[in-house]
Design a protein around this ligand. Structure first.
Ligand code: HEM
Ligand SMILES: *[C@@H]1O[C@H](CO)[C@@H](O)[C@H](O)[C@H]1NC(C)=O
Length: 499
């Protein structure tokens, strides 16, 4: 009896202690006089996440609510805190001007126990700088030109799949394009990054894609995940990992096998892996290890696959609903190709200026990566205020919300590539359109993703007219369980052969 009393008393004390700690945590923004929505215990401001709203919708609603009232607001993401920046000058400071205060994302990695987590997106400080310097030369336009034919080969297989879909489709609903395009994007990366022909275009169930998708997921529940992110040094000492074992074993194995094969046989190929092997075998003081190569190829896959794939499928969706834009784009493709005597080259692709506007408008309306994330590495006084962004604070740049702000993009739900005419671009603040982030940590894969998407578009639009069906959702519903924007119910479109 006595024992149970003590036990109950102890539990009650612990719960009360936790309550006091959380209450203190949840008074952080109020104490500093920074505007914020009232938090709820445990959830903070994220109560609706995955129930009625996606993460980007929560951020967008806060943005619209407080814009004009404040230049920045506080957020409670469960038990973690973050500052959301609303003002574009402050965005510029965080990403570019005062970069040295915000040089990391603060995402957990553990080089020793979870080697694939030590990739460019996650790395900090000197480790990041050295890796970025090593990898930058593999993304120049010269290197893109060198890989161009490899991507065109994969796009040719995409056309085979589209032909099958076209011939087999006797329904009124059309084919589901998000999946067809995702298989194309997997094959492009499989081929150019890993030097495999992973054939998910022919075989939708390929292990490769499954591993790529699992590669986004953390192995822990959110509470453990929050702990890891709050105390990374302790988590590292405890040997805690982020990724699932089968994911890291899979990538470590295929990279080791391919690299060993190439080194043994002296095989050279026009791809990223070739460039990375050169970095491994270079006689600098600090050549890349097999684990480091694997981590970078892994992030090229996870950061590059869904982003490029969703951008291309949202683009086809918009082209189906905006036939005038589609016709104009097809005319441009035909005109440029005629000038290049029917040869589709890297130079020809770069002359497709209207296509660039169409792509930018797609990235604006469907901003796949909804936020840029930073963590303060030292205290930062916000200019002309007495507010301090404390060391360790998360900072969110709400890219998607900015891209839907009617002040910068009137009627934000209207798809209009002319928003990217040079006169319109000049009227806008340079930070109003940042689909790839900005500053020293800007996306490293911009040229490569542009190439993947443009090659896909040229191949498709040359051969097919894309049309909506009765099953095409207007407006499109996004998957509220995903951090990145992707369609919830698929993108149904039909094709008409162009003679
Ligand atoms: C349409 C396609 C893509 C979009 C919209 C996109 C978007 C982004 C964004 C918003 C960031 C964060 C930038 C910041 O924090 O300021 C980022 C970083 C990154 N992206 Fe991309 N990305 C795309 C394609 C790719 C591709 C194809 C690759 C690789 C082949 C790639 C590799 C990376 C890497 C490694 C980083 C981290 C860079 C660093 O911290 O140094 N991305 N991307
Ligand atoms: C499209 O967006 C990119 C930035 O992502 C920019 O560099 C480029 O100039 C834009 N193109 C046009 C036509 O606005």
């Amino acid at each position: 009896m006595e024992f149970f009393k003590i036990l109950l008393y102890t539990i009650a004390c612990i719960l009360f202690g936790i309550y006091l700690v959380l209450r203190k945590r949840y008074s952080y923004w109020a104490e500093r006089g920074i505007l914020h929505d009232k938090p709820e215990l445990i959830f903070g401001n994220m109560k609706e996440l995955g129930r009625t709203k996606s993460a980007f919708k929560i951020v967008q609603d806060l943005y619209m609510k407080y814009k004009g009232k404040a230049n920045y607001i506080g957020l409670y993401s469960y038990i973690q805190r973050a500052l959301i920046v609303l003002d574009l000058e402050l965005v510029k400071n965080v990403l570019i001007k005062d970069y040295e205060y915000f040089s990391t994302r603060g995402i957990y990695y553990n080089e020793k126990d979870d080697p694939i987590s030590a990739h460019l997106f996650n790395l900090d400080y000197e480790k990041w700088r050295i890796m970025r310097i090593k990898l930058t030369p593999t993304f120049t336009s010269g290197k893109m030109k060198f890989m161009f034919p490899t991507v065109v080969d994969v796009a040719t297989q995409l056309l085979d799949v589209m032909r099958d879909a076209h011939e087999l489709d006797t329904s009124k609903t059309g084919s589901e394009f998000a999946n067809i395009i995702a298989r194309y994007a997997v094959d492009v990366i499989g081929s150019v990054v890993f030097g495999l022909s992973c054939n998910s275009l022919k075989d939708p169930g390929a292990e490769f894609r499954a591993m790529g998708e699992k590669g986004f997921r953390c192995r822990h529940i959110w509470l453990v995940h929050s702990f890891i992110n709050s105390y990374p040094d302790l988590a590292r000492k405890l040997g805690m990992k982020f990724y699932f074992d089968d994911v890291s074993e899979f990538f470590l194995r295929i990279v080791r096998e391919t690299v060993t094969y190439r080194e043994k046989t002296g095989t050279q190929r026009k791809d990223f892996l070739n460039l990375l092997i050169d970095l491994k075998n270079s006689d600098t003081a600090d050549p890349m290890t097999m684990e480091q190569i694997t981590a970078q190829t892994f992030v090229f896959f996870t950061a590059g696959f869904e982003t490029s794939s969703c951008t291309l499928s949202f683009c086809l969706y918009e082209l189906a609903l905006n036939q005038m834009v589609q016709n104009k784009l097809r005319e441009e493709i035909m005109e440029v190709l005629t000038r290049y005597e029917g040869k589709f080259t890297y130079e020809a692709m770069n002359e497709m200026k209207y296509m660039e506007k169409v792509l930018n408008e797609t990235s604006r309306k469907h901003s796949i990566v909804p936020c840029s994330l930073r963590k303060a590495v030292k205290d930062y006084v916000i200019p002309n205020t007495n507010h301090v962004i404390e060391k360790g604070m998360n900072v969110v740049i709400p890219l998607d919300a900015i891209h839907h702000d009617p002040e910068y993009f009137p009627n934000p739900e209207v798809f209009d590539p002319e928003r990217f005419s040079s006169t319109e671009v000049k009227k806008r603040h340079p930070m109003a359109f940042l689909p790839f982030g900005d500053g020293p940590r800007i996306c490293i894969g911009i040229r490569f993703s542009k190439m993947t998407i443009m090659i896909g578009l040229v191949m498709i639009l040359q051969n097919y007219r894309i049309l909506p069906t009765i099953k095409t959702e207007v407006p499109i519903q996004y998957d509220i369980h995903k951090y990145m924007k992707s369609s919830r119910n698929g993108i149904y479109l039909k094709t008409e052969k162009i003679s």
